[in-house]
Design a protein around this ligand. Sequence first.
Ligand code: ATP
Length: 125
Amino acid sequence: MKPPHSWRSTFRYALEGIKYALRTQINMRVHAVISLGVIAAGIVFRISRMEWLFILAACAFVMAAELFNTAVEAVVDLVSPEAHPLAKAAKDTAAGAVLLAAVFAVITGVVVFYEPLLALLGHLL
Ligand SMILES: Nc1ncnc2c1ncn2[C@@H]1O[C@H](COP(=O)(O)OP(=O)(O)OP(=O)(O)O)[C@@H](O)[C@H]1O
């Protein structure tokens, strides 16, 4: 039996996975940039503690879904490089999870930032 990995190496492998997704998936980079922008907006607009929870959950949800999607794509490409209906089902389902998470994130962003953005526009115009 293989010896268990140390906590440190488990963490390092997880970071390698995140770096792999950032390097190979443009969508992951887009999610990361949008998440940073939304976090900056949260600081600027001084959103409430509850709003922070929703915003951070939405960002984490989208990026976790994208990481799972990347993992599914890698496994499918490994085991079924040629076209197969189950390969299609696996990739499409994983992509569906990302879409669902992204829709939740957009709704969360609108609910949280709608009023402060409107107030800011009111000041500027
Ligand atoms: N082996 C396969 N068999 C059947 N259909 C496939 C297969 N690979 C991909 N597809 C179909 O093509 C679509 C796009 O696949 P692809 O691997 O390009 O995914 P992607 O989401 O565009 O990934 P990437 O982010 O790497 O561009 C899948 O959602 C699926 O419908």
